[in-house]
Ligand binder design. Sequence first.
Ligand code: C2E
Ligand code: MG
Ligand code: MG
Length: 748
Amino acid sequence: MVKHKKQRVTVVTLIGLLFAALCWVSFNFMDSVQSSLWENSVKNILESTTRGASLLQRNYLKDLEMLRMLSLELGSGDSTDADRIRDRLKLFLSGAGTLSALVFEDGTGYLDNGLAVTLNSEEQERVRNLSEKSGLLFPQRNRATERRTFTIFTTVDFRDGRHAYLFKGYNVETLYAEYALSFYNNTGFSYVISPDGNIAMRPLHPASNRTLSNLFEIIGEGNNDPEVVESFRDSLQRGKSGVAVFDDGNGEKVVCYVAMPEMAGWYVVSIVPNAEIMREANVIVRQALLICFLGFVGLLAAFLVYARMNRNYRKEIHALAYSDTLTGIRNFQKFREDGDELLNAPGAPKYAMLSIDMLNFKIFNDVMGYAEGDALLKAFSRVLERAPGKKVLTARMVADHFVALLSYEDKEELREYCTFLARAVDAFIVSRRLIFRQELRVGICCTEDSDAAPGVNALLDRAGIALQAIKVKGANLWNFYDHSMRDGIVREKELEARMEKALADGEFQTFIQPKYWLESRRLAGGEALVRWKTRKEGMLSPGEFIPLFEKNRFIIRLDRHMLTSTCRLLRKWLDEGRHVLPLSVNVSRVQFYTPDFVDAYIQIKDEYEIPDGLVELEFTENMFFEDISRLSFIVGRLKHAGFRCSIDDFGSGYSSLNMLKDLSMDALKLDRGFFRTAQDSERARIVVRNMLNMADELRMLTVAEGVETEEQVKFLETSGCDIVQGYIFGRPMPAEEFDELLASADLA
Ligand code: C2E
Ligand code: MG
Ligand code: MG
C-alpha cells in the first residue's frame, strides 16, 4: 500500500517536472521565436523605409537639377525680357499639381501660367532669409492654391546683373501619395520629418495620425525614458538612421528612421504599432505552442494508457502469482504472506491453523471423473471461507489439500467449523447424486499449543503432524496438535539425517531368525531381518525406522542391501561347499511402484550366482490389495527367475482368500495374531485348521510366525502346519551365529 502511494507520488512529481520543463522550454522558445520574428519584421520595415527615402531623395535631386538647368537658361537672357521668361517658365515648369514662379529680389515676378505676381511682405521676408543658392523649403500653405506646398528653389543670375529665385512648388499631398509607405493593413505609416521632428509630409490615408505635427508630440505623450528620447533627438540632429521603440500612451510603436542628407537632413520615418508586428509573431508562436501542448497532452494520454495497461497487467500477474488457478482462492505463497501478517500483528487473538485433506480424493477422481473432482474442490474452497461469524484465510496447497487460518476463543468453535465443513461436503455429494462419499481429515494446531514462534510455516508443520496422526490413528474428523507428536517428527528427522551415512558405514546389519520343520524339528531355513546398529543408541529394531523409510523411499535401497547381504552369505556357504538352506528377505510394498524392481533383484541374484529356490521373497499381505494383475505379473517374473515367493503376515489385516486363488505363491506365512486366539476359541481353531488345509491343497508351504509357547506348537502340529518361526525355537540372531547354527544343524 505504502509502496504504491510512493510510486504514485513519484509519477505525479515526474509529470509535474515534465510539465514545468515543457513550459520553460515553450516559454524560451516563444521568446526566441518572437524576438527573431520581431527583428525580421523590423528589418523589413527599415528596408522599405530606406527604399522610400532614397526614391524621394533621387527624385528631389532630379527636379532640383532640372531647376538649375532652367536657371542657367534663363540667366543667359535679360531680366527684362518678360516674354522669354514667361515662355521658358511655361515650357519647363508648368504641370499638374505643381506651381512654379520666378521672383525678383524686389518681390515681383511671374508664375508659370504667365501671370505676374507680387509677393506680400511675409513672403518677401522668407525669400530674403534664404541662405542657400538652391534647396527646399519646409511645406507651407500656399496663398494662391490654399494647399500645403513643398517647394524647391534655386537662384537665377541674369545677364543684365539682376538676381531672382526660381521656385517650384508641389502639392504635398499629391507628391507624397507617391512615396508614402503603409504597413500592416494601414496600421503603420511613414512620414517625412525635418531633423527637429516637424512633419513635412504625411500620407493621405485617413487612419494616419492627421493631427500630428511634430513627431516628438507622440513620443512625449508616452512614458518613455527621457534619456532614450534625448538620444533619439540627438540621432536625428546628427543625420543617423536607425530603429527606436517608443510608447505613445497608446501602446508601443516601432520607429524606423532613415536620413536623407541630400534633402536638408530630412527623414523618412515609419511608425508601426509594435502590437501589429507582434501579432504575426504571436500567431506563429501560438501555433507552435498549440502543437507543443497537443504533443504534451498526447504524451500524457499515452503515458496514462500505458500506466493503466501496466496496472492491469500487474494485477493479472499478481492474480497469477497469488491465487490458485482452479479455485481462485489464495495460493500458498499469498496465504503465507497474509497469514504471517495476521499472526504477528500486535495484540493478535488466538489463531488456529487447519490442515485439511480429503480422504481418497484420488479414488473419487477416478470413480467420479475429473470434472466432478474439480467441482468438488471449487465448491469446497467456497465453503471454506464461510466460517459462520468468522473471517478465514484460506489457500489450496496442492490437489485436495487445503489450509485455513482462523481466530477463535474456544476450541469448540474449531470443532464446529470442522463439522460444518464435513456437512458441506456431504451436502455437495448428495446434491449431485454422487455415489462416492468423500470424507475430510483436519489436523489443527492452535497458537496456544504451538511451541514455535508465531508464523504460518511453523503452525502448518504442526497442523500437518496432527493430520498425519489421524491418518494413522483412524477415523476422527479432526485432531489437535500436542507436543508429543512433535517428538516423533523430530526423531524421524534425526534418523533421516543419519540413514545415508549409516548405510555406507555398514550400520544396517543382517540378523537371521531360524525356521524349523514342525514335524522333524530340523532347521528349515531362515528369515533375514534388518537391524540398525547405532553407536549412540545401540541396536534399533525395524519397527523404529521401516515406516519412515517407506515414507521417504529409502527402503528401496535398504531392501536391496538386505538381498545383497543375504546372497553374499549364501554364496559364502556355497563356496565353502556346505549344505545350504533357503533364506527369505522382506520386500516392502514401496518396491511395487519401483519400475526396475524385478530387474534389480534378478541382477543381484545372478551376480552372486545363487541357484534357484534358495532365496525367498516375502510380500506383506497388504500389498495384495494393490493392482493384483500387476502383482501377479511381478510374482510370475520373479518365480521364473528362480525366486521363491511367499505371503507375509497373513491374517494381520484384511485377508482375502481370493488372492490365494489368483497368485501362485510358494509359502503362506501366518501372522501370529492369526492363531493367538486359537487356543481359546474353537471357532478360531476351525478357521486356522481349514486355512492350513487349503494352503496345503494349493501346494503352499505354511509357516507359523511368532510362535512363543508350547501350546501354540502343539496346536499347530495337530493342525498340519509345516514350519514354525518363533522365539520358542530361535530369536533373530547375527548372521555369524546363524552360520554356526547351520554348521551344527542336523540336516540329513
Ligand atoms: P516380519 O517380516 O513379519 O518378521 C517377523 C517379525 O516377528 C520380526 O520382527 C521378528 O523378530 C518377530 N518375531 C519372530 N518370532 C517372534 C516371537 O516369537 N514373538 C514375537 N513377539 N515376535 C517374533 P522384527 O525383526 O522386529 O521385524 C519386524 C518387521 O519389520 C518384519 O516383520 C518385517 O515386516 C519388517 N522388516 C524387517 N526387516 C526388514 C527388511 O529388511 N526389509 C523390509 N522391507 N522389512 C523388514
Ligand atoms: Mg517377514
Ligand atoms: Mg511376518
